[in-house]
Design a protein around this ligand. Sequence first.
Ligand code: AMP
Ligand code: MG
Length: 349
Amino acid sequence: MKTEYAKLSEESIDPEVISRAGRILQEGGLVAFPTETVYGLGGDALNPESSKKIYAAKGRPSDNPLIVHICRMKDLVPLVAEIPDAALKLAAAFWPGPLTMIFKKTDLIPMETTGGLSTVAVRFPSNKIAAALIDKAGGFVAAPSANRSGRPSTTTADHCREDLDGRVDMILDGGPVDIGLESTIIDLTEEKPVILRPGKITRAMLEEVLGRVEVDRTILSGDSSLAPKAPGMKYRHYAPKGALTIVEGDRAAVTEYINRQCDACRAEGIRTGVLCTDETRDAYRADSVKSAGSRQDEDAVGRVLFRLLREFDTEEIPVMFSESFEDAAAGQAIMNRLMKAAGHHIVHV
Ligand code: AMP
Ligand code: MG
């Protein structure tokens, strides 16, 4: 398949391009597109064949459900068996935006889209290109992150090209995304709301609207025998090709430990990479030192995390170390992605 590329800007969306992309989706094809979180790999959520194609293009296990994207609040109604009060409150506070809610589904959504589950994940993105595309596609677009399964999510159209060229009909280039980490997922099908995946909308923000909110205990746990409620969270994810270790401890001990490891690798002829912050970047002796920005600016760290992990791949770095972001307020989301990228390999010094 030859992939078509088109550049779009949120400020002035070319109607001809967006109509063509919408038509591709309506006809059962696949289009990668920008959202405010990461790029999505879209197909018609109501068409089981489209969902099968998404799994094939990503190389994703088919028990890992897709998020259904809408562009109007009223389109939630036919998708879900009931709309709990909590959902209305959250929608009023955070939609359109980086929050995904899990509902009991109706028959409108095929099991192919929900990975065989009787629940459905729904998001209403704020990115204007995403909204226009969903509208032109008929209102319901299933879209996981637009990366090959297991790799870091894509935050630019170039990353989409790396992973999906020849596997999708079209890639819409809307420039680098704003947030860089996937949506927060909250399950509203149980008695208590439960966060299944941390994201930009933090627990504190959700609790301000709903009162107490639980967090799925597998989210930051290193115990891989626990089964997460979001099926996708159990898979190896976001991973660079080399081996990544997170190093946690006080700043001086972390830099010293990482430098010793890097020196030992160099003695063996092994190239190393370090993912750090502006505060410490000059302290490292690795072959490739990448700063995710200042520790004071967590939004910036989230925005570049996946891009930096991909850069290590491009540079073919086999051994990497990362500082920890445990103490960050939005750190839950950053640490959750990093822990998965590292296969839960964390060292305390
Ligand atoms: P991605 O599409 O790459 O952002 O991944 C979607 C995430 O949403 C995966 O971790 C899925 O397991 C999770 N998800 C989607 N639908 C459901 C659902 N019905 N119940 C629980 N988790 C879901
Ligand atoms: Mg993903």
